[in-house]
Design a protein around this ligand. Sequence first.
Ligand SMILES: C[S@@+](CC[C@H](N)C(=O)[O-])C[C@H]1O[C@@H](n2cnc3c(N)ncnc32)[C@H](O)[C@@H]1O
Length: 284
Amino acid sequence: MSAAETEGIKDADFLQLRDFIYAQSGIFIPDNRKYLLEKRLSNRVKNLNLKNYGEYLHFLKYDSGRRQELPRLFEVITTNETSFYRNPPQLNVFQNIVLPQILERLRKKGKHGLHIWSAGCSTGEEPYTLAIILHEVLNSELASWNIRITANDLSEAVLRTARQGIYSDYALRTTPKDIVRKYFIEEAGRFRVRQELKNMITFGQLNLNDRSQVKLVPRSEVAFCRNVIIYFDDAMKKRVISAFYDNLVPEGLLFIGHSESLHHVSRAWQPKHYPGSIVYYKEA
Ligand SMILES: C[S@@+](CC[C@H](N)C(=O)[O-])C[C@H]1O[C@@H](n2cnc3c(N)ncnc32)[C@H](O)[C@@H]1O
């Protein structure tokens, strides 16, 4: 047996771990990412005093501690890269075009309630950015609106950071300085989001691969699922995108990551092209 085989994941174990992870989360790890899985799981193998990845797979499937291990697995297999004001052109479209249209439509109906879903919110920068935008657009009117943002992620670990709401300046690198001054409190070089933003958001663990969990999310006017479906295979993308369709109210809309597309995923949506962003609308 070669050194690589004794230390690394055996091909058969890789395939079974990949299947297990896919069944649990919808995250699909392609062959050329085997090294990444190996690297990410190595500490779990070590910390559990297991001999190799095959034993870890067995632990995940049969050990009495398998339920407690799942959140740790989710923590290490997910990629949580995010920042405040990520992809400004998309957010400009949301702030200056889409959101004013939605608010106007709701005002005409005499409704002053709006629900936004940030799915795959990671450490919270996306939903907090949305809360800031709502503040900026509604200003003094905000108090007469019931605005709720539901922010979910698969990983409990990132949600702990999100609930804390304390960030480094790196997370704020694309955030306008006046926004930082207005919505954050600086404490020893770290930035704490103001309580009024926190009050608008409900953070919770949710697996987009779990239809019964997804069905419990309140119906939304807008869903953000940016840079999440990139980790899924086509079958999972279809399931998730169809779940957003079901969740949204008529004329509701979906933002996905700017490098992601619904091409080959769903024809149910009406894509509208704005400068720097495509927005997917559900029919009226
Ligand atoms: C790259 S981050 C994107 C964060 C944010 N939406 C953004 O665009 O900056 C992707 C997030 O999707 C989450 N994720 C992956 N699979 C998921 C699933 N099945 N259910 C819920 N969240 C998932 C990951 O935990 C991760 O935090």
